[in-house]
Write a protein that binds this ligand. Structure first.
Ligand code: SUG
Length: 432
């Protein structure tokens, strides 16, 4: 049976802002307090989805979580009307106000870890919703993602949904890579975790026990699951997720030489296992520090590109930011890609979210694809509807002081209510 890779991109929400909340995320910390442009952010994201669709990929749209999340403030003891709570937070807890207002659900690479049915003993697509415990603004995404994924992957004969892990931090697909000879074939799933080191500048986002629990509960076949440790040097230099320093697609792995601990040994084992499982060779492009430094990798986000395969053409979607770094441009020129597309995602990039952060991948065979909710699949007809919807509802300038404006809340509610009609997801939001 034919299988494809579906990319599910997060639509940027109406409260997109720069609050400097990303732990160990240099762009987020540096751009704190900038004015944001939610309209442009959403349109940039949609344009990327349309490009992928036009290139021949299957593309889906993930609606944003409703923000500000007043229910999260209530759960922390705040009382009164929505307006009263917004006012109180503005006066006494600006940090919580920012956290409940973040549009961070746009980075769907962090929404869940997904193992295709070919790798799982139960023959189903196994999905674990990420708990995102390390940051408050991200951890409150989990209940929304749970509700959303239940609607999208409702058919239990094909999909097995796991609740967010109760303990140990898990940040989903951003720390998970899958290598295979072709979609639908059994592959190798790499789960990358970080370790709490003494003298660490930044805490690791992904916990080893969380990664191990996912391998267990997805019932990943022996040899198909692999746990790999991130290098602490990379974390300390701003590599808060593995997808900031490595990217893969099918049998191609593009990775910085300083991404993982004991990398030479891990890559040798990976090569061997891959050959054994698939009877084909793994292609590894390992980028040396003197070719592209970790610092340049983090600033340019070149490893946060998307590598896409259509037929036997391999193309790369790289952030436009890469063009500012001659060594990155010449690196991309030297590779064997059939095309390099530079994508403008400046609004998301300022928060440390590149092309790969904005998408969660899921490999599906034909039956699985037709069993999922179809309303979110991007089509030529859906795209202009979404563009009109953004233009109608989104502001083009937002500063942190605006987050307590009760009109922003009502505008967002109205917008998302309408969005659920467009995507046939009525009842998704708690206010509906
Ligand atoms: O978790 N930024 C996100 C960016 C996530 C990127 N995802 C991947 N690498 N897959 C984060 O650090 C910034 C929010 C702010 O500062 O307002 C933020 O949460």
């Amino acid at each position: 049976m034919n299988a494809i890779e579906l990319n599910m991109d997060g639509l940027v929400g109406p409260t997109h802002n720069y609050a400097g909340l990303g732990l160990g995320n240099l762009a987020s910390m540096a751009n704190k307090n900038l004015n944001s442009n939610p309209k442009l952010a959403a349109l940039e994201g949609l344009k990327k989805m349309k490009l992928c669709h036009d290139l021949g990929l299957k593309q889906a749209v993930i609606p944003p979580a409703f923000r500000p999340d007043i229910s999260a403030a209530r759960a922390l003891g705040h009382q009164g009307s929505d307006e009263a709570i917004l006012n109180e937070l503005k006066e006494s807890d600006q940090k919580l106000l920012c956290a409940i207002s973040s549009a961070s659900s746009m980075w769907t690479a962090n929404a869940a870890s997904i193992s295709p049915s070919a790798d799982c003993r139960d023959g189903k697509v196994n999905i674990t919703i990420a708990n995102l415990q390390k940051n408050i603004h991200r951890c409150i995404e989990a209940p929304f993602n749970e509700a959303l994924f239940k609607l999208i992957f409702h058919d239990a004969s094909f999909f097995r949904l796991h609740n967010p892990l109760v303990v140990n931090s898990d940040e989903g697909g951003a720390n998970h890579m899958r290598l295979c000879s072709d979609y639908g074939q059994r592959g190798i799933e790499i789960f990358v975790y970080g370790s709490e080191e003494i003298n660490a500048i930044y805490a690791a986002r992904q916990n080893k026990k969380a990664s191990a629990a996912i391998v267990q509960q997805h019932m990943i076949l022996n040899e198909s699951g692999m746990l790999v440790q991130q290098s602490s040097e990379a974390i300390n230099k701003g590599v808060f997720h593995n997808d900031v320093i490595a990217v893969s697609n099918k049998s191609l792995l593009l990775i910085h030489e300083k991404a993982w601990r004991s990398q030479a040994t891990v890559l040798a084992e990976l090569r061997e296992r891959f050959k054994h499982l698939t009877n084909t060779d793994l292609l590894i492009i390992e980028v040396a520090e003197d070719e592209i430094s970790i610092e340049t990798a983090v600033q340019s986000y070149v490893f946060n590109s998307q590598i896409i395969s259509i037929g036997n053409r391999t193309q790369i979607l790289a952030p436009s930011k890469c063009k500012e770094f001659p060594e990155v441009v010449s690196f991309l020129d030297r590779q064997d890609f059939d095309a390099v597309h530079f994508i403008d995602l400046e609004q998301s990039m300022r928060n440390g979210g590149g092309p790969a952060c904005l998408r969660l991948r899921i490999e599906l065979n034909e039956r699985e694809l037709s069993a999922m909710h179809q309303g979110i699949i991007l089509t030529d007809a859906l795209y202009p509807k979404l563009v009109d919807w953004v233009n109608k509802h989104y502001r083009d300038c937002l500063c942190l002081d605006d987050l307590s404006d009760p009109h922003l809340l009502t505008e967002s509610q109205l917008a998302l209510d309408e969005l659920t009609t467009i995507l046939s997801l009525k009842g998704l939001y708690p206010f509906q």
